[in-house]
Design a protein around this ligand. Sequence first.
Ligand code: SF4
Length: 370
Amino acid sequence: MVDLASVLDRMTVRAELTEDLPGGSVRCLACAHRCKIGLGKRGVCQVRFNKDGQLRVPFGYVAALQADPIEKKPFSHLMPGATALTFGMLGCDFHCGYCQNWLTSQALRDHASDVSVNLVHTISPVEIITAARRAHAEIVVSSYNEPLITSEWAAAIFKEARAAGLLCAFVSNGNATVQALEYLSPYLSAYKIDLKSMQAKNYRSLGGILQNVLDTIQKAHAMGLWVEVVTLIVPGFNDSNEELFETARFLRSVSADIPWHVTAFHKDYKMTEPHNTPAATLLRAADIGREAGLNFVYAGNLPGRVEEYEDTRCSHCQRLLIRRFGYVVSEYHITAHGACPTCGAQVPGVWSENPKNVKLNGYGMPVSLV
Ligand code: SF4
């Protein structure tokens, strides 16, 4: 088989999120690991490396390119019904045992994922935006692997996307640095962040630090990005009432208007011990979110089994604003000014200025473009 590292190492450019250190070492600033990388060495993510005193970073390929419903990200308050042209590369700075994208995320970290070399397609930012136009996408999203570790590639694509009048979003583990957030913020409209647990030891087991993720949620919100947060509920890992309350209370302390998605785990990769998350657990988590004072709580991955938690209601008068089933929007009642048509309250989020054009009863499935 072709050597994955040699293929990926060729598709790199000099980093922008970097600083030089004495002796030819560099400090990578793309994620909160802030790796100090000596000559000839790699960062924790393995895809960023020091060659001759320069930090080289991934550029010029995708391992996945799809036209996805925006609801799949999931975003519930970002242009519902829209198509999100979504691209991903290879690699991650975490090693979550339940990763559903492990074949691409664990490239260079787990030899079982070496076959991901077959997914690599050379492409330019302009070609990606051409694909977005062809797919009638309104949003361009960096996802599938951890986008922070490939921030320079995302920025190059987002520049083209903004010039074409498209919105841009990140779907990320939230292990960001201030430098990465500031570097990306001129392009980004929205940032979806996983808050995987409120226990420091759980984050350590996934390869991260809880406080870094909490900081990113606060900073992204303070910078004016539209933030939605997802917690994959894993039985026995993060599903106690105490932890769910703590998660919801933290989000409430940032803003009651941050949508919180509680989603169902299913056995994958190395985490095959816990049972799949039952609908009753998602409903309990969602109820806790509401009780803690969050205005918008959604339960995902179990369409049709989570009562009203797929829909959006006005937080003032409780009128139904958006009805959903899975990734499909079947009703949309938000005004062109982003308000509830009954009580006139503003609905937090990013909404279509042409509600009549919102796509209802769409395909609801990803479409691969490579
Ligand atoms: S992206 Fe994160 S893990 Fe990768 S080299 Fe940079 S600091 Fe290290």
